[in-house]
Design a protein around this ligand. Structure first.
Ligand code: PHE
Length: 350
């Protein structure tokens, strides 16, 4: 009996010594077989020897052997658990199992702002720097805000169902960001100096330069003594901040029901510089229209109870998508909305 006790202790120590050396799944299995193997395992053989132990000592001896078996099993399982958590190659000993620190890491892609959002922020920053603040308004509008308050005559073609997506008779998806001018002027008294970014909707068949949904940024200034010179100076400053000092800008007379006088602003084609008659960006004209603008029509001020004798205002509306296309030399607007990561990852944060 004393003899068996010594052997159990001896095996326990031998196992511990071996267990410390285990470094991979293979040596772990070898150790398991050496101690618990069904025919020749050291612990298994102890059970054989139990048969020769005299009856009075059998119980105690059996307990000792079972204890050993149990602790060996627990320890082997624990090592197995550790191995599966560990880097497979760190503890390996063969040459190819060594950790190769020169391998590139696994790249984790985190979310990043969409190119249009980045471009919108660039625009916003120029105006924030000039003391403008940002306002927003609803994408679903009433006829009053989208058209009537903006001085559209009842049968103006822009109300035509061809351009406007109606939800119900009096409910529509806004066709421009200008209705937010009205909403803000109803609530705030001059001086007003705001920009309004947002989505707008029109009944368009998608093609490389038209989509039924796109982005605009509106600007509105209302104050005593606001003039067309302020409009011109501010927009020129903005365009140079975005496209560089040297860019050529031109103001072209135009018409909007809610501004008088009105002007559209073109910038020189930075893709072909006016040199390519078949340029896909400017259609060979050398110019690209990016925004509509004008002095707020006195009737519009009256509609929101601002005295046009005391105050004047100017406004503009710029297409974010088309300006971004121009800035980046993109000839297909749909790229912005298809969310192909190969396209999107070319801008800003990766
Ligand atoms: N709302 C006009 C458009 O969508 C642009 C514009 C805004 C023109 C403000 C003048 C003043 O075309």
């Amino acid at each position: 009996m004393a003899d068996l006790k010594d052997r159990v202790e001896g095996l326990r120590k031998a196992f511990e010594a071996e267990a410390l050396k285990v470094g991979d799944a293979k040596s772990l299995e070898e150790l398991r077989t050496a101690f618990l193997g069904r025919k020749k395992g050291h612990v298994t053989l102890l059970f054989e020897d139990l048969k020769t132990v005299p009856a009075e000592g059998k119980r105690e001896a059996g307990r000792l052997i079972n204890e050993l078996k149990e602790s060996v099993t627990v320890r082997l399982d624990a090592i197995e658990g550790q191995l599966s958590l560990a880097w497979p190659s760190v503890s390996g000993t063969s040459a190819e199992a060594k950790l190769d620190l020169t391998l590139p890491g696994r790249k984790k892609y985190v979310g990043a702002a969409h190119p249009l959002v980045l471009f919108q922020q660039e625009i916003e920053n120029v105006f924030l720097g000039m003391g403008f603040t940002i306002e927003e308004g609803p994408e679903i509008e009433t006829d009053y805000y989208n058209f009537e308050a903006l001085n559209f005559p009842p049968h103006h073609p822009a109300r035509d169902s061809w351009d406007t997506l109606y939800i119900k008779d009096d409910l529509l998806l806004r066709t421009h960001t200008s209705p937010v001018q009205i909403r803000v002027m109803e609530k705030k008294k001059p001086p007003i100096r705001i920009i309004i970014p947002g989505r707008v909707f029109r009944r368009e068949t998608p093609d490389p330069t038209h989509l039924p949904m796109f982005m605009q940024i509106e600007g509105l200034v209302v104050d005593e003594g606001a003039t067309f010179a302020h409009l011109k100076g501010t927009l020129e400053y903005f365009i140079r901040a975005l496209f560089g000092e040297k860019i050529k800008v031109r103001f072209r007379p135009s018409f909007f029901p809610f501004t008088e006088p009105s002007a559209e602003v073109d910038i020189e084609c930075i893709v072909c510089g006016g040199q390519d008659k078949s340029c896909r960006v400017c259609s060979g004209t050398g110019w690209k229209e990016i925004l509509g603008s004008g002095m707020v029509d006195p009737q519009v001020l009256k509609n929101v109870n601002i005295d046009p004798e005391k105050y004047s205002g100017w406004a503009f509306g710029l297409g974010i998508d088309r300006t971004a296309m121009f800035a980046y030399g993109i000839t297909e607007m749909r790229h912005f909305y298809e969310n192909d990561l190969r396209f999107i990852r070319q801008f800003g944060a990766k």
